[in-house]
Design a protein around this ligand. Structure first.
Ligand SMILES: CC(C)(COP(=O)(O)OP(=O)(O)OC[C@H]1O[C@@H](n2cnc3c(N)ncnc32)[C@H](O)[C@@H]1OP(=O)(O)O)[C@@H](O)C(=O)NCCC(=O)NCCS
Length: 142
């Protein structure tokens, strides 16, 4: 089931962040996204109280931006990332967005493949976007 993220999910979400990213988001960043960022919507894919994955989508007028997406390590390569992508794209379409954009580390092959499979294309290379690495900006129209 995919539902809105709750504060009580954050313990599991932060553990998945630690396992998934070189620079994981902190609880303060998540609380900002949940309560103070009017453009953000956060969703979790959950099964019987276990968070399998999640994403954060910013909708800024007609532009959607995928700010974060992750699936916990033990659940990867089982289609959950695609399930989150389907839900995310449906959200953007329902809200009347014209395009979706995102940034990804140039070395992050699993994520790049997932985005390409969903018809995202690279629009620019962002030098040192991640301080220690370049990023690709990817987009798709909807
Ligand atoms: C990227 C991520 C969300 C994919 O989740 P997932 O549940 O493993 O993805 P799925 O099982 O739904 O796979 C969907 C597609 O993604 C691509 N993919 C996923 N894992 C891959 C891997 N290890 N190598 C290459 N492609 C991969 C493939 O195109 C795959 O389609 P296919 O199975 O038909 O080949 C997951 O690897 C993750 O959480 N990574 C760490 C966090 C992260 O990097 N997030 C992106 C930040 S920009």
């Amino acid at each position: 089931m995919i539902r809105k993220m709750r504060h009580s999910d954050l313990k599991q979400v932060l553990e998945i962040e630690e396992r998934s990213f070189k620079v994981p988001w902190t609880i303060k960043q998540y609380e900002y996204e949940m309560y103070d960022n009017p453009y953000a919507s956060l969703w979790v894919l959950e099964n019987n109280g276990t968070v399998i994955g999640y994403y954060d989508l910013w909708i800024i007028f007609e532009n959607a931006e995928l700010a974060n997406i992750a699936v916990d390590t033990v659940y990867r390569n089982q289609g959950y990332g695609q399930h989150l992508m389907d839900h995310m794209q449906q959200q953007a379409a329902n809200r009347g967005c014209e395009n979706i954009s995102l940034e990804v580390r140039v070395s992050n092959q699993p994520a790049i493949r997932l985005y390409e499979k969903n018809d995202f294309f690279t629009v620019s290379l962002r030098k040192d976007y991640y301080k220690d690495e370049d990023g690709y900006r990817m987009m798709k129209g909807i």
